[in-house]
Design a binder for this molecule. Structure first.
Ligand code: PLP
Length: 416
């Protein structure tokens, strides 16, 4: 059994201190202490985020950008400060390149609809990897239908890695967009996006990176990556649900038409013709999720206050420990065995349906996700209905991994 990186995790990373910041973790589920291993679906929220949201509603609730009073000023300052925090978090050149959306899904729909309408035509090709989440497939299919472009899958091998040779062979002048996940939610594969971006730019294609599963694990530098668009959801980064980010290169965002019309996104409105606001407001029609944005600002502050390198090492150690145990467990098969992985362990128990395994784990207080993880094409390729997915965050412990395996052994006695 691989030894956990005890020196990193114990000396530099005090997991019990971190756990104290997350109130939801300290509860019983089905008579057992909760073991929350569904972090790829959504991460839990620290007190700092919960308090910031409640503080906003208690003290500052007001609409942003338009009120002529103190509350509106306070709300606006907090709202825009959060945007600046996210810009710094991503090393974006300017805060106006951070657009608030409802989540990764809406960010991709925005780019597909707005950039796609202006830049795609019949015969153009959009490449997405075969392991993408549905939200990085379907928006492209929708715009392909209206423009005559085609969506083509980049092959993925049996380990769950992008076949880079096949990818290179697909690249030609008709490829206008390459949209790939930084990390696969179904298997945890870390994709070689630096190489994908360089190769795609060499043939003149634009690149959108779905960072939904990456941002919670390490620092992302959009300038260093040189991606054209980078998108993610706040709720997978210890922030609130229903909020997301679209980062884009300024010239591309400026050239894109608004995605939705309404208040905030206009400069002047008349029946003779309407003019649009500047970035980022051009893409933010209507009253935004003010409380969510402020809560998300608190999540970024929280992340900045912890040792993220030690946190990432701790997560990696949890994954190594869990996967070693899985390999030693009779009847357990890992799905997704790429060399570079984040802390996602997808697996099957021979002879058992993933949904049944999930129910039996839940009965023992262990929360995992089961199903196709909104990544049906890769499940179809593997010829499976789905997997059981345990996904670890920095607040998980080795004792919780042990609890998972005790629960798996018990489930086996019922199912096999
Ligand atoms: C890789 C990936 N992309 C996109 C999404 C969609 O995120 P949201 O539902 O927050 O828009 C998810 C959520 O599971 C994801 O894991």
């Amino acid at each position: 059994m691989t030894k956990p990186l005890a020196s990193v995790t114990a000396a530099n990373f005090d997991v019990e201190k971190i756990r104290a910041d997350f109130p939801i973790l300290h509860q019983q589920v089905n008579g057992q202490p909760l073991v929350y291993l569904d972090n790829a679906a959504t991460t839990q929220k620290p007190n700092a985020v919960i308090d910031a949201i409640s503080d906003y509603y208690r003290n500052d609730n007001s609409n942003v950008h338009r009120g002529a009073h103190a509350l509106a000023d306070r709300a606006t300052v907090k709202f825009e400060t959060a945007r600046e925090k996210v810009a710094r978090f991503l090393n974006a050149p300017a805060a106006k390149q951070v657009i608030w959306t409802r989540g990764t899904t809406e960010s991709i729909n925005l780019v597909a609809a707005s950039w796609g309408k202006a830049n795609l035509q019949s015969g153009d090709r959009i490449l997405v990897s075969a392991m993408e989440h549905h939200s990085n497939i379907v928006p492209w299919q929708l715009i392909a239908q209206t423009t005559g472009a085609k969506v083509e899958p980049i092959p993925v091998d049996a380990n769950g890695s992008i076949d880079m040779r096949a990818f290179e062979a697909m690249l030609d002048a008709q490829v206008k967009m390459v949209a790939v996940g930084h990390v696969s939610n179904a298997m945890g594969t870390i994709n070689p996006i630096e190489k994908i971006i360089t190769l795609s730019h060499a043939i003149g294609a634009r690149v959108l990176i779905d960072g939904a599963q990456a941002v919670s694990h390490w620092a992302v530098d959009v300038q260093q990556l040189n991606c054209d668009f980078y998108v993610f959801s706040a709720h997978k980064l210890f922030g609130p649900t229903g909020l997301g980010v679209l980062y884009g290169k300024e010239d591309l965002l400026n050239a894109m038409a608004p995605y939705q019309g309404g208040g905030e996104m206009i400069e002047t409105v008349s029946f003779a013709g309407t003019t649009f606001n500047q970035l980022p407001y051009k893409f933010e029609a209507g009253t935004p999720d003010i409380a969510g944005v402020i809560g998300f600002g608190a999540a970024i502050d929280y992340l900045n206050s912890i040792d993220r390198t030690a946190a990432a090492a701790h997560e990696q150690a949890l994954l190594n420990y869990a996967e070693e145990k899985a390999r030693a467990t009779a009847g357990m098969k890992l799905v997704g065995t790429a060399t570079d992985k984040t802390s996602v362990m997808s697996f099957l128990l021979e002879g058992a349906h993933p949904a049944d395994v999930g129910v039996l784990l839940d009965k023992q207080g262990v929360a995992v996700r089961t199903g196709n993880h909104c990544a049906q094409p890769i499940m179809d390729q593997f010829g499976i209905p789905g997997t059981v997915r345990a996904s670890f965050s920095f607040y998980n412990t080795f004792a919780e991994v042990d609890r998972l395996f005790v629960a798996i052994e018990k489930a086996k006695t019922f199912l096999l």
